[in-house]
Ligand binder design. Structure first.
Ligand code: PGA
Length: 260
C-alpha cells in the first residue's frame, strides 16, 4: 500500500449560475465530514466568478478551492487574465494548468504552461498540471511519448523541493466529456510511465510522493476500478462533479481505495 493521500477534484468548467454554484459547494462541503476528509483531499474548481463566494463557504472546512487556470504574469496590463495573487485572495490554494480545453482547445503551448507553473508555485499555489494525448496520437502509438513530453515540459526548471506543490492529472483528450474512459489498465500503464519519467528527472522518493490523478468520464460506476490501480491517486472529475451526490460517491471510492 502506498502512502499518497488520494485527491479528487471537481472541475465545474463553464457551468453553474451563482446560486447553483453555492448550492453545489454547500452540498459537497456538508457531505465531506472530517472522517472522509482525512482519507481523501477534495478540491472544487468553480468558474472564476464564483471563487470568492465558494471560497467563503469552504473556509474553515477541509474542502479546498482551486481555479481552472492562472496567468503566467504577476500583474499588469494583461486584459482578462487572473493572477495567482488574485486567486489566493479569494481563498484558492490550488490551480489547474494545461487542461486540454485550454492546451488543445485554445492552443496554449508547453512554454506558456511552464511559465504558469512557475508563476503559481512562486506565488504559493498548489498546481495540478493536466496532460493527455489526443485520439490520433493514441492511434499512432505515441501516447506515452506525448504525455511524457508534456510532463517534462510543464515541469521544466521546477526544483525538487517544489514538487510537493505539484500533482499531475492524466486526462486522455478522447475520454474527456465523451463517456469513453481509459481502461483501468491503460490508466495504470500511463500513470506508471509518468512516475518513471519523474523518477528519471528527479529521484525515486520525489516520484513516489507525487499524486497522479486520472480524468476523463470518471463516474460513480467506474471510479472504484480506476482508483484501485496502484499509481492512480484519485481523479479530476468534470461532468460528474456537477451532481453533489455522485461526486461524493466518487470521493468515497477514492477514500476506500487508499484504505484497502
Ligand atoms: P469529464 O471531464 O469528467 O466530464 O470527462 C474531466 C475533465 O475535463 O477534467
Amino acid at each position: 500500500m502506498d502512502t499518497r493521500q488520494p485527491l479528487v477534484g471537481g472541475n465545474w468548467k463553464m457551468n453553474t449560475t451563482e446560486d447553483e454554484a453555492l448550492e453545489l459547494a454547500r452540498a459537497v462541503i456538508d457531505a465531506c465530514d472530517a472522517d472522509l476528509a482525512q482519507q481523501c483531499d477534495v478540491c472544487l474548481f468553480p468558474p472564476f466568478t464564483w471563487l470568492s463566494q465558494v471560497g467563503h463557504a469552504a473556509s474553515d472546512t477541509p474542502v479546498l478551492i482551486g481555479a481552472q487556470d492562472v496567468s503566467d504574469k504577476a500583474s499588469g496590463a494583461y486584459t482578462g487574465q487572473i493572477s495567482a495573487q488574485m486567486l489566493l485572495d479569494t481563498g484558492c490554494t490550488m490551480t489547474l494548468i494545461g487542461h486540454s480545453e485550454r492546451r488543445h482547445g485554445l492552443g496554449e503551448p508547453d512554454s506558456l504552461l511552464n511559465s504558469k507553473v512557475h508563476q503559481a508555485i512562486d506565488q504559493g499555489l498548489q498546481v495540478m498540471l493536466c496532460v493527455g494525448e489526443q485520439l490520433a496520437q493514441r492511434e499512432a502509438g505515441r501516447s506515452e511519448e506525448v504525455v511524457a513530453n508534456q510532463v517534462l515540459a510543464g515541469l521544466d526548471g521546477v526544483l525538487k523541493e517544489d514538487l510537493s506543490r505539484m500533482s499531475v492529472a492524466y486526462e486522455p483528450v478522447w475520454a474527456i466529456g465523451t463517456g469513453r474512459t481509459a481502461s483501468p489498465e491503460d490508466a495504470q500503464t500511463m500513470h506508471q510511465r509518468i512516475r518513471a519519467e519523474l523518477e528519471r528527472q528527479y529521484d525515486a522518493p520525489s516520484a513516489s510522493g507525487i499524486r497522479i490523478v486520472y480524468g476523463g468520464s470518471v463516474k460513480p460506476s467506474n471510479a472504484d476500478e480506476i482508483f484501485a490501480q496502484p499509481d492512480v491517486d484519485g481523479g479530476l472529475i468534470g461532468g460528474a462533479s456537477l451532481d453533489a451526490g455522485g461526486f461524493i460517491e466518487i470521493v468515497r471510492a477514492a477514500a476506500s481505495s487508499a484504505a484497502s
